[in-house]
Design a binder for this molecule. Structure first.
Ligand SMILES: NC(=O)c1ccc[n+]([C@@H]2O[C@H](COP(=O)([O-])OP(=O)(O)OC[C@H]3O[C@@H](n4cnc5c(N)ncnc54)[C@H](O)[C@@H]3O)[C@@H](O)[C@H]2O)c1
Length: 317
């Protein structure tokens, strides 16, 4: 029998595609989407949806009981750039929602949890190139502090209470179906939209700011494959490093110019530059590759072709 899955924060950049992929794979009636707001037409029409607040334990518990949920994917969070503006709200959302889900698992009400971490757990004292799985972590953003604390709590709940919690430190995610929700790597999505609309883009990061990134299809495949892996293969219960590509705004612009030769990029860094400067440039994800067989499929050229085609098709640009 297919597991019954609850996706919290299902209307966001990752949640939308994750919900659609799981519905396709496991049957729409088995995948319950919830969020504090409604999502895209495609998402709303594709299966069960409920409005619920991730910070309200009883609302989440009610859904778990009503739909006899086995697994929870907690995608609701306040992202890096927004959380710098609303630190206490960001901390409360990111931590309260995680405790609610971990406690539901501890009490045996759900059997498996996915919770996303981020490359934001690293900080300026972390080795920047090929950042190891286990290394110095002194995050300097509210978001990074919440993800670091979250990782420690996931591992604690696993060790102390046997909770089957699994996690990935996502790099910046690039997608065309849903717009990003206030992160530091959002430029790498906006640039494609503006390239098609106006053939110009002003980047809020400097030309040589190299960050780890990944195309959404790879991130969704990684997430589902980690959740499907036998428990004994999931050796890391804080969060797995995961890597696909690393690029700068300048190299991304050059890959777009191969398709749109007149495309021009300019640079006007803002407060997000300091956040990006504190993060790694590239990530060592050998543990994910060894433990549960992670392989990425999209390189920069393949991603750029897919992004430009996808935006034209979905957004009629
Ligand atoms: N997108 C990325 O590049 C990226 C990178 C690293 C980690 N992550 C992590 O992945 C997860 C999902 O990120 P995303 O990019 O899809 O974020 P997003 O901002 O696009 O989506 C988050 C969703 O959560 C919902 N939400 C907010 N508060 C809520 C609440 N109280 N109750 C219920 N729903 C609520 C929002 O309405 C939104 O639909 C987050 O934990 C994020 O930190 C994302």
């Amino acid at each position: 029998m297919a597991s019954k899955i609850l996706i919290i924060g299902a209307c966001g950049q990752i949640g939308t595609e994750l919900t659609m992929a799981l519905r396709e794979k496991q049957g729409k009636e088995n995948i319950i989407a919830c969020d504090i707001r409604e999502g895209s037409k495609e998402l709303m029409a594709s299966g069960p949806f409920e409005i619920a607040d991730a910070t309200n334990y009883h609302q989440i518990e009610d859904l778990v009981i009503q739909y006899e949920i086995d697994e929870v994917y907690l995608m609701a969070a306040m992202l890096s750039a927004t959380a710098e503006k609303f630190p206490m709200k960001g901390w409360a959302l990111n931590m309260d929602s995680l405790f609610h889900v971990l406690n539901l698992a501890k009490d045996g009400k759900v059997s498996k949890v996915f919770w996303p971490s981020s490359i934001a757990v690293f900080g300026p004292t972390t080795p920047k190139q090929n950042t190891p799985q286990t290394t110095i972590m002194e995050p300097t953003t509210v978001y990074g502090i919440s993800k670091q604390a979250g990782e420690r709590w996931c591992e604690y709940y696993h060790r102390k209470f046997g909770v089957d919690v699994r996690s990935i430190r996502y790099p910046g995610l690039i997608s065309y179906k849903t717009l990003p929700g206030g992160g530091t790597t959002d430029y790498a999505v906006e640039i494609y939209h503006e390239a098609l609309k106006t053939e110009k883009y002003t980047s809020f990061l400097k030309e040589d700011t190299e960050l780890p990134m990944m195309f959404m299809d790879d991130a969704i495949r990684a997430t589902i494959s980690l959740m499907e892996a036998p428990a004994e293969k999931v050796k890391i219960r804080s969060s797995y490093n995961l890597s696909a590509l690393n690029f700068t705004p300048e190299t991304l612009a050059a890959s777009i110019q191969k398709h749109i030769p007149d495309f021009e990029i300019s640079y006007d860094p803002d407060f997000r530059q300091a956040i990006a400067d504190s993060w790694p440039s590239s990530i060592d994800d050998s543990a994910a590759r060894e433990d549960w067989g992670w392989r990425h499929e999209f390189d920069l050229e393949k991603m750029t072709s897919q992004m430009l085609e996808g935006i034209k098709e979905v957004h009629h640009v």
